[in-house]
Design a protein. Structure first.
Length: 464
């Protein structure tokens, strides 16, 4: 069996939903049993959150207008997919019921003047429920043998609202018990990405972009042959094509390379997607709903060794850099443990780190706890914070055994100030920090250095 995940642009309109059904039917005709994981229609999750924030500011009338936009987008799709009939009427009832629930939640936020992560999870997951209901109903309209399932009854998570983690011992038997019998009867199963619930039934989400993660979780639970991520680009690329027009598709990528690229800015894949698949060695394929004949990118444990030493350049934006310095670090032990205990207590992950005898530089992508961190870190060091910086990463192969890579990187960046460097921890990644306004230029200049015709020849000579 395979898992087919379709992102927001892939279900962003009635026309795109019809193409999703065509692709699922094609998979069935090839003898593959599909579990289809669906995102919300493009833009809907942002609107849901916008409405919640307006309610928090007690702008309830404006929040209702956001609900009207959500209604209009779904009604437009329903009208185009269905003629008058019982399925259309049922979907309209479902839509009105969900919007009534949302209005109640918005009113609660407005009256309490509080929007907790738990409340936001309850609100932001409605889009997936609506899109999956429409696509599954349209599949039935087309005569498909299919079944809609509520992911919240299968994907059981902890209570880390806003970025919940799966409870594998609970969700694996649930996924198998609910999905496997349907697949054995030849049905395609439609469910939602992004959402789950605690063991006690409280709604959770896996974090923004978490539908990829959902697909991987379900794929691992069911021992899938392949996990397909259908999106709006032809695969993982050598750079963000919105930044570098000459970016090229990577036909195959190792799990390790894909993890680095996803974490450090490759938007095509959620960073957490790879981890469950790696453990089960399940291939992950990136495909384009808008161009389904494209071969895409396959991510797997073992890849063909090629001449391309540099695989891609990625940028992670909206980062903060923290610089710590203290003479107490000199010749002392336990100092780093003391510093990182502060980050651990606040549950803040560190992206990059660089150290000297009396200084530490690191980056984080969390801003809501930055002031608290600053106050506590100031008790053990002099602290400087730079907001709005970017991590730029050059990802490749066997960096420790090649010469000249760093020289070529910093030659390409000779006119861009580098605020921090982190290298050597990974054999496939050299990362550094630049100001946010220099990020795109850094990516373009590095891509030109390593991927134009003359540089390709140089790359091959470096790897010889």
């Amino acid at each position: 069996m395979i898992v087919m995940k379709f992102g927001g642009t892939s279900v962003g309109s009635a026309e795109r939903m019809q193409e999703v059904i065509n692709l699922v039917q094609s998979a069935q005709q090839k003898g593959r049993q599909p579990v289809v994981v669906l995102s919300a229609m493009s833009g809907i999750t942002n609107w849901l959150i916008e409405g919640a924030e307006l309610a928090l500011d007690r702008k309830l009338e404006e929040a209702v207008k956001v609900l009207d936009k959500i209604r209009d987008k779904h009604v437009d799709a329903i009208n185009k997919l269905f003629s008058n009939g019982p399925r259309r009427a049922e979907l309209m009832d479902t839509l009105n019921e969900k919007l009534d629930e949302l209005l109640i939640l918005y009113k609660g936020v407005a009256y309490l003047g509080e929007l907790s992560k738990r409340s936001l999870d309850a609100i932001s997951g409605f889009g997936e429920l609506l899109s999956s209901a429409m696509v599954a109903a349209f599949a039935e309209e087309k005569g498909m043998n299919c079944k809609w399932l509520d992911a919240r009854q299968m994907v059981i998570t902890n209570e880390n609202f806003g970025k919940a983690e799966p409870l594998w011992d609970k969700l694996i038997p649930l996924c198998k018990n609910k999905i496997s019998p349907l697949l054995e009867k030849g049905a395609a199963v439609f469910t939602q990405g992004f959402i789950g619930s605690t063991d006690s039934g409280i709604n959770t989400t896996l974090g923004r972009g978490g539908s990829d993660y959902s697909a991987s979780i379900i794929g691992v639970a069911l021992d899938a042959d392949e996990i397909q991520i259908w999106t709006d680009v032809d695969g993982m690329m050598s750079a963000d094509p919105r930044v570098v027009k000459e970016a090229k598709v990577l036909p195959e990528v190792s799990f390790q390379e894909a993890s680095e690229l996803a974490y450090f800015g490759a938007k095509v894949l959620h960073p957490m997607t790879i981890h469950p698949a790696v453990e089960k060695n399940i291939p992950v394929k990136i495909l384009n709903t808008l161009n389904p004949t494209a071969s895409g990118t396959i991510i797997k444990g073992t890849v063909t060794s090629g001449d391309d030493m540099i695989r891609a350049v990625a940028a992670k934006k909206n980062i903060s850099a923290i610089y710590l310095s203290s003479p107490n670090m000199l010749m002392s032990h336990g100092y780093l443990a003391k510093v990182f205990e502060i980050f651990d207590r606040h549950k803040v992950a560190v992206d990059l780190i660089s150290t000297s005898e009396v200084s530490i530089a690191l980056t984080i992508d969390t801003t809501d706890k930055l002031d608290q961190l600053h106050q506590e870190l100031a008790q053990c060091a002099d602290v400087q914070v730079m907001r709005e910086v970017s991590i730029v990463s050059v990802v490749g192969r066997q960096f420790r055994y090649q010469s000249g890579i760093a020289g070529k990187v910093f030659k390409a960046l000779s006119d861009i100030p580098v605020l921090m460097i982190s290298g050597g921890a990974s054999d496939i990644n050299l990362s550094f920090v630049v100001s946010a306004d220099q990020s795109d230029r850094a990516v373009r200049q590095l891509h030109a250095e390593f991927f134009n015709a003359s540089s390709t020849k140089s790359n091959n000579s470096l790897s010889a």
